[in-house]
Design a protein around this ligand. Structure first.
Ligand SMILES: Nc1nc2c(ncn2[C@@H]2O[C@H](COP(=O)(O)OP(=O)(O)OP(=O)(O)O)[C@@H](O)[C@H]2O)c(=O)[nH]1
Length: 324
């Protein structure tokens, strides 16, 4: 985790300086350094406890910017060299645009302190101009680099998690999401529903109309499903023409109604080039019926098998009920 790495590195770097400042009786700078080490420790703990890296990262970044202005004000040009590693450091902690804004605010504060004659930060006006020019250039290059990395990371995440043909999620995070829903049911009694949906006779559709038409049907299915679902409901492509829909916070009766609505919607709205209809079979199960997430999925799969077995174009409920 980046916040931990940066927090530990920054703290380790600062410890010898705290000792040095204490020995040389520079108590203000020693206090600032100690506060920065405490902020790093708190942020790392916060990130580990909550799994959230955004707010702890921002807290650390803000503390370092304020600390840097204070130390530069107190120590003058001796402290200026630290601004450069800090500029790179901030891009590891917060999103590129936030890091850029923080850095520009920090540089403005240093410039205002100097221009208002409140401190002899710079030995000469020339040194001031060189400092501003070099820090701005570093800011711009660091921002471009961080922004490109950010975009590429998002693209990689999309490639790893989204099925390119349908736009549904792939199976990558399905087990995590299902075990999360199972966990929520155990801790708060909040039931969730699972639908396993499989288009009927898809092989004959491919054989009769061609693979490309089959692909188009699969691509049209997801927007149609999204119209009938809430924004927080998740659709995963489980296999070729088989999809998993995870519906959080729903009881079995309502899940059944929703599955019927979906079955009808597909029957009415998803059509072949010659206007013939396409049907679907759906197996459904709720967290309250299952022992764990693989069992939950297995129950929905058994229900889907029943729906196929009983003639297709049907919604079947899982039969098992867990007894505790
Ligand atoms: N066009 C297209 N076809 C796919 C894709 N993935 C899987 N398929 C096809 O989907 C078909 C699934 O066939 P089966 O598993 O026999 O099932 P089915 O014909 O739908 O029959 P039932 O499920 O029993 O109603 C196979 O012919 C696969 O080639 C895909 O991405 N695009």
């Amino acid at each position: 985790m980046m916040v931990t790495l940066v927090g530990v590195l920054a703290s380790c770097t600062l410890v010898p300086f705290v000792l040095y400042r204490l020995v040389s009786e520079d108590y203000l700078v020693a206090t600032v350094d100690l506060l920065l080490i405490s902020t790093c420790t708190l942020s790392v703990k916060w990130a580990w406890r909550t799994g959230d890296t955004e707010r702890p990262g921002l807290m650390m970044a803000l503390a370092f910017c304020i600390g840097a202005v204070t130390v530069v004000y107190k120590l003058g040009s001796d402290a200026l060299y630290w601004i450069y590693p800090l500029m790179v450091f901030l891009f590891f902690l917060v999103a590129p645009l936030k890091a850029l804004w923080l850095l520009l605010s920090m540089l403005t504060a240093i410039a205002l302190l100097y221009l208002s004659n409140q401190s002899h930060i710079f030995a000469s006006a020339f040194q001031f101009v060189v400092f501003i020019a070099t820090t701005l250039i570093t800011c711009v290059f660091a921002y471009i680099f961080a922004y490109r990395t950010h975009v590429q990371r998002n693209e990689l995440r999309t490639l790893a998690t989204i099925d390119p043909l349908t736009g549904a999620r792939n199976r990558h995070h399905l087990s995590d999401e299902l075990s999360g829903a199972m966990q929520r049911y155990r801790t708060s009694g909040n039931d969730s529903g699972l639908m396993l949906l499989d288009l009927d006779h898809f092989k004959s559709i491919n054989d009769q109309y061609g693979h490309q038409t089959g692909d188009q049907i699969l691509a049209q299915l997801i927007p149609l499903l999204r119209q009938m679902l809430r924004q927080q409901d998740q659709i995963y492509r489980y296999g070729g023409e088989e999809f998993v829909i995870l519906v959080q916070g729903i009881q079995l009766a309502d899940l059944h109604q929703l599955a019927e609505k979906i079955r009808h919607g597909i029957w009415q709205q998803l059509t072949l080039p010659d206007e013939k209809t396409i049907t679907t079979s759906i197996g459904i199960a709720c967290t309250s019926q299952a022992r764990d997430w693989p069992h939950w999925l297995q129950l929905a799969d058994q229900a889907l098998y029943q729906a196929k077995h009983q003639g297709r174009n049907k919604v079947m409920l899982a039969e098992n009920t867990v007894t505790t």
